[in-house]
Design a protein around this ligand. Structure first.
Ligand code: 5GP
Length: 183
């Protein structure tokens, strides 16, 4: 399944809960973005340089890819194919451009877009992460409204869920996935 939404909306928290509640597996993306001190190579991302990323593209090793905030991000193809073959639930935390590409390649993949409850809440969460400086936070924040409009217009998201209270959001997402899988 695909989980998209503006930066800081709470996707990672939801994805972690899906791991616990539904035994979901995470796709670990490849990125050219610098690693932050809180992140671990191979866990949050495979942090690579531009040359390595472009080699992966040439080798057709990425299922989808996109440039987000000046850096490349992509989903390694092999783990997804293996998980799909094994019938496992795989969570891809990716942007809209990636969601559009996944819809083309896996039309049956369930795609959820998480919406922030209000602008003030989103900016507070971005600051609370303490990962970027104020300038980067403002930039990401400005992008988010454009992003939400695009998500609604592109037509690849099956559900839009407002992350008001995270526990309730998780329950909603779990229920949606279970309904979709027919369990
Ligand atoms: P961050 O740098 O905050 O971890 O991620 C920035 C954005 O890139 C988020 O919207 C995230 O969903 C998206 N992203 C992360 N990995 C991938 C990926 O493999 N493919 C695509 N298309 N987007 C990704």
């Amino acid at each position: 399944m695909v989980l998209s939404g503006p930066s800081g909306v709470g996707k990672s928290t939801i994805a972690r809960a899906l791991q616990e509640r539904l035994n979901a597996q995470f796709s670990v993306s490849m990125t050219t973005r610098p690693k932050s001190p809180q992140e671990e190579h191979g866990v949050h991302y495979h942090f690579v340089d531009e040359a390595r990323f472009h080699r992966a593209l040439e080798e057709d090793a990425l299922l989808e890819h996109a440039r987000v905030f000046d850096h490349w991000y992509g989903t390694p193809r092999k783990p997804i194919e293996e998980a799909v073959d094994a019938g496992a639930l795989m969570v891809l935390e990716i942007d809209i451009e990636g969601g559009i590409q996944v819809r083309e390649r896996y039309p049956k993949a369930f795609q959820i877009f998480i919406l922030p409850p209000a602008n003030e809440v989103l900016i507070k969460r971005l600051r609370g992460r303490g990962r970027e400086g104020e300038e980067a936070i403002q930039r990401r924040f400005k992008e988010h409204e454009k992003e939400i409009a695009r998500a609604k217009a592109c037509g690849v998201y099956d559900e839009f869920v407002v992350n008001d209270e995270v526990e309730k959001t998780i329950d909603t997402v779990v229920r949606l996935i279970e309904t979709r899988r027919g369990s």
